[in-house]
Design a protein around this ligand. Structure first.
Ligand SMILES: Cc1cc2nc3c(=O)[nH]c(=O)nc-3n(C[C@H](O)[C@H](O)[C@H](O)COP(=O)(O)OP(=O)(O)OC[C@H]3O[C@@H](n4cnc5c(N)ncnc54)[C@H](O)[C@@H]3O)c2cc1C
Length: 401
């Protein structure tokens, strides 16, 4: 083997330097004795993919018990990340879910989630519409709305988290290479060939964590992941009245003819000096054919839907946006699976050498998904139950729906 060829050989190549890719690199490199490379198409901490914006919702509660169990596993791993980097990342402002308690959404269902919290002994407080209005200042909520506050939930500091996994993966010796785009991933029974714009690498294992672009590099396999891609608005508003104690909230409402009618919002970020607040819709409409079709600017109608909701129900907020941006959401078409997480052995020959972690509301799992990907890539197995998310050919999810 030529010197240059051996230099391009790694035990593990991670494709995509977002939070999940960097967390994987950290979890793999910290074991020691492994050559780990991360390839990122743009710069690290870019705002062009699924991780744009300053905050994400942290929650323990899930309707699905197996996923709920995973948030409980993720919590001590977040604490470890915080203590290793000396920065608070989870801010427990509370997680308030309210609305129509029976409506089924991609986020879950209120009544089923309350039952799951009972079963798992996770504390929560049940609230009526009147109590939610009195306590948190909402107005005009339909009187049948109900919900709960789960106090351990709240907001995750996105940029702090990416900085943490970037720093730790580098500290443990992972090679982080920005501005190098992967064009193709070709597995075989002995390993994986990774072709970029610049060169060709060889790895024993590959972890694919390139978010909305996953199907691009799997082109030779026939774009096997069945996903919907949506460019969702992030809407920033000024507060008329800043009051401490407001939680993250998610409004579960019956869909309209036009969209899924779901909205969420954060209080001001505790780690920021700004009093601004961020809101967004979770509408699965106007799917993009390709991630590169994202415009970076939201369509007017969903923004209007958000600001109308704020004008009707949030008297403490000025409904005129002060800033608009977008985030690229990539969701499995089969909502029951929630994520694609597992090796690609069922999809292509040699696919057992490629671990995939893409799609879904995954930020809350950053340290755990990194550990699971490192386990799968380096040990071929993991102790966590991720069977629901296993990669199966499109249309054969194996999930009871
Ligand atoms: C509006 C919105 C709200 C959300 N809310 C929540 C929430 O409240 N809670 C939660 O847990 N999750 C939430 N999510 C989901 C969460 O943000 C994502 O799951 C998570 O940020 C994805 O991280 P990632 O590392 O997998 O992917 P990304 O951050 O998308 O990173 C992928 C990286 O791969 C790079 N890349 C792409 N193609 C290539 C290539 N060919 N070669 C090399 N590199 C490549 C990209 O440049 C990018 O940096 C939300 C998402 C959106 C859009």
């Amino acid at each position: 083997m030529h010197m240059s060829e051996s230099n391009q050989h790694y035990d593990l190549i991670v494709i995509g330097g977002g939070p999940i890719g960097l967390s994987t690199a950290w979890q793999a490199a910290r074991r020691g004795g492994r050559k780990v490379l991360v390839l990122e198409r743009y710069g690290f901490m870019n705002e062009r993919g699924g991780t744009s914006g300053a905050e994400r919702h942290w929650r323990l509660q899930y309707t699905e018990r197996d996923i709920f169990a995973l948030t409980l596993e993720a919590l001590p791993m977040w604490r470890e990340l915080e203590s290793l980097t000396g920065r608070k990342l989870l801010h427990e402002v509370g997680s308030l879910w309210f609305g129509d308690t029976e409506v089924e959404t991609n986020e879950g269902q209120i009544s089923g989630t309350a039952r799951a919290m009972e079963a798992l002994d996770v504390p929560y407080e049940w609230l009526t519409a009147a109590e939610i209005e009195r306590r948190y200042g909402f107005t005009g909520l339909p009187s049948h709305y109900e919900g709960f506050l789960q106090r351990d939930g709240g907001a995750i500091d996105v940029r702090g988290t990416i900085g943490a996994v970037f720093q730790l993966s580098q500290q443990h010796g992972a090679v982080l290479r920005g501005n190098e785009r992967v064009l193709a991933v070709d597995p075989d029974p002995a390993g994986v060939t990774v072709r970029t714009q610049e060169r060709t690498y060889r790895a024993d294992r590959v972890v694919l964590a390139n978010g909305a672009h996953a199907n691009d590099v799997l082109g030779a396999w026939g774009s096997p992941l069945s996903v919907g891609m949506y460019e969702l608005p992030l809407v920033t508003l000024h507060q008329r009245r800043a009051e401490p104690g407001r939680p993250f909230w998610f409004a579960f409402q019956q869909p309209t003819e036009e969209d899924t009618n779901l909205f969420y919002g954060f209080p001001p970020n505790p780690w920021s000096t700004s009093d601004d607040i961020r809101l967004g819709p979770v509408f699965e409409v106007d799917a993009l054919d390709h991630a590169d079709d994202a415009k970076g600017v939201p369509a007017p109608r969903p923004v209007e839907r958000v600001t109308d909701w704020a004008a009707a129900h949030m008297p403490w907020a000025d409904p005129r946006p002060t800033e608009l941006s977008t985030c690229l959401a990539m969701l499995p078409r089969n909502p029951a699976r929630q994520f694609f997480l597992g090796d690609a052995g069922a999809l292509v020959e040699g696919g057992e050498n490629v671990v995939v972690s893409v799609a879904g509301w995954g930020f809350k799992f950053t340290p755990l998904w990194g550990k699971i990907c490192a386990d799968l890539a380096l040990d071929g197995t993991t102790a966590y139950d991720i069977s629901r998310h296993a990669l199966t050919p499109a249309g054969q999810s194996g999930i009871v729906e």
